[in-house]
Design a protein around this ligand. Sequence first.
Ligand code: ADP
Ligand code: MG
Length: 697
Amino acid sequence: MSVEWSLGPDTQVQFVKGVGPQRAKALKGVNVATALDLLYYFPRRHLDRTLITLIKNLEKGETTTVVAKVEAGGMRSSRKRKYYQLMVSDGSGVLKCTWFNGAQYIKKIFSVGDEVAFHAKVDFFNGYQMVHPEYDILNDDEREPLNTGAVIPLYPSSEILKKVGLDSRGFRRIIKACLEEFDLSQTEYFPRELIEHYKLSALDAALRHIHFAPDTNMLATAVRRLKFDEHFFLQLLMALRQSLTAAGGGQKMAETGPYVEKIFDLLSFELTEAQKRILAEIRSDMASDRVMNRLLQGDVGSGKTIVAILAAAVAVGNGVQVAVMAPTEILAHQHHALFNSHFSHVQIPTALLIGKQTSSDRVKILEGILNGHVGVVVGTHAVIQEEVQFKNLGLVVIDEQQRFGVLQRGKLLGKGRNPDILSMTATPIPRTLAISYHGDMDLSLLDEMPKHSLPVKTRIVNADTVERVHIFMDEQIDKGRQCMIVYPLIEESEKSDLEAATKGFDQLSKRFPACSVELLHGRMKREEKDDIMNRFAANEVQILVSTTVIEVGIDIPNATVMLIENAERFGLTQLHQLRGRVGRGSKRGLCVLVQRKITENSRKRLAIIERTNDGFEISDEDLKLRGPGEFYGTRQHGYPKWKIADIVNDGHIISNARNAAFSVVKADPRLRSPVHEKIRQRFMLDYQHLLEMVNIG
Ligand code: ADP
Ligand code: MG
């Protein structure tokens, strides 16, 4: 007996019963073009009777759903502002729902007598209230199942979709129709063993139950399968990228060479155990014929640079050249000076390469790189530009790699004969995130701080207590120390950013008439910046006022005070980075966070910085507070947008998906086996374009 299915994965969505050309057009706007796309249009939430709270049982601070009838609504006003408020009741009590903006729009939506599901965090302000809740006006068919215990899907919608009748109810109808006529049994792409091994639900069941689940358990099983799938394909990308270099093709750098030992002997300090361990990891990567692709994570001040210098010394000792990339010119200059101070002892010429150099300088440098005279090139990403040709590039060091967007790994590898790549970052990446976005790299963790370093003390102050900090700065400067003041980016404009810093600079110059105060910002000429940084490094400048250009990497051991203005405007990891700029010498540093606009959230965020110096804890919190997109600029990585996966909370699913993907690639590196054919097709659809573009950023 054969069943005739009228819909397949490629069927245009307009042919789904109840859709038609007009709705199909609106659906295009939310990337639903085919019948299969429609099945992947997941509910944003489910209404489940067991998760609905009676108003009399509400508790302040919990996020929940209330189903209640609209009793009254109208504009209200307090001393400060006007707002729109609904009074709703579910028979057990009364709840207020409040909107501070968009009143004109909200007003038109609700009528007295409507039954509505409201979803938000519960506040208490003269009685329970929800501010700007999500809402769904319930139709009869939605109210009905509330009494039966079924789970109702609520779909994301928009004005455009609603105009063509695609509110939650409209979506339920067309998706139901689609499920009825679609041969779901053909959707599965995983081999049976994989499904059994990871105890996954079959895809057809998952696609059905994510929309219409008989109960919450089945819904949870569906959610787990669909999350697994999204993580799986990203991990498959990581596994494939890794297998591209695992086969060999790198340069073997097995010699110790004459330079490491000499540089090592001249160090004024002992390496920490962690530094030694990581150096050994790097050396073993370099010695193998596999191309190294290692990410070195180490908190601010953990001493990554010296590791890079010693790795570079090994490379040069094996007769290859080294390129070092820094995200800013200031940092490139500083690194160049530092690398040069070590390599000049062993008579290895180094060169600095940045965007703005006179053409005669540049020609000379490029020549030296091409004929192999220059052993180590330090620069901004100018070092990987087209016209820079190496005689034999063997190692690329990328400092503060999180600051480089997407770098084309292919381009980098093409610069030499598959050079090894060592990326370094001071942004400790929470584990789940590291696996998801750097799963093709080997990770090294520099988890020990040099002994001399005393943790920076951190204090939050407000506008009224800044003067006390100024007095402390006076004392420090009297003792010969230096201070940095940083201003945030205000709005997305460089101009206002500069204005705030300039104004602050004027005030500070007046407040500290006996000191040399300088202003540093991104739009200055390089010579000016260099001049100021050099004079700051020589303690000819005591107070350096700057915009965020100062943020990464720079090392001025004599600076002990870091004052951050409008600290609430910074991300937590950024604050931690800034704080790491002081107290790098033998004196304890102080970091002062000036909080100008106090909200509950900003207070919470800054308190985390005040409480801990542990970069990992901070980045974890930051990730939770901001979400992965903001935290890590994942949008710029060009990964397909996930519909259901959640990088913060899916830890267990991620590690299963990773195991599954890596085993598939291990068994079948090019996905050529017939059992993987469907996985391959699916992968090609969403990820093929990313296979070459290995992200190092
Ligand atoms: P980061 O990891 O933030 O890039 P740096 O490499 O700039 O840190 O190192 C911070 C400071 O610590 C530098 O002044 C460096 O010379 C010093 N340093 C590095 N390793 C050690 C060590 N093992 N013992 C003492 N000081 C060290
Ligand atoms: Mg550094």
